[in-house]
Design a protein around this ligand. Structure first.
Ligand SMILES: [Zn+2]
Length: 117
């Protein structure tokens, strides 16, 4: 068995999948399998620690959520405004189109909603 890859190399292999030599080595090296498991467990712990460390205080979290709520509300209001704007625009079209289309001068051929029978 050739030399075991260093921890850094194993970490790099975990991160990037490089290199093929490490790939081949760990595929049949019990020792490096254990080392990789340890590295993976360490990663999980590090991630958990980081999440605890970067988690904002509860009150800050509340304030952020309130900010998001305000934003969502104003976006919903903007959406409602767009709807109010778009629906009359469609109505304007359906009202104007038959009047500007000479074929629909024959009102008997057209339903009340403007669609042909
Ligand atoms: Zn090894």
């Amino acid at each position: 068995m050739s030399r075991h890859p260093s921890r850094q190399r194993l970490q790099r292999w975990l991160d990037t999948g490089e290199s093929r030599r490490v790939d081949r080595h760990v595929s049949d090296c019990e020792h490096c399998h254990e080392a990789l498991e340890a590295l993976t467990e360490l990663d999980v712990e590090v991630v958990a620690d980081l999440q605890t460390a970067i988690a904002p205080p509860a009150d800050l979290n509340d304030r952020t959520n309130l900010g998001v709520d305000d934003r969502l509300r104003s976006e919903a209001a903007a959406g409602t405004f767009a709807d109010l704007f778009l629906i009359p625009w469609d109505l304007v079209h359906s009202i104007l189109d038959p009047a500007t289309d000479s074929d629909t001068a024959h009102q008997d051929d057209v339903d009340a909603d403007g669609s042909p029978r």
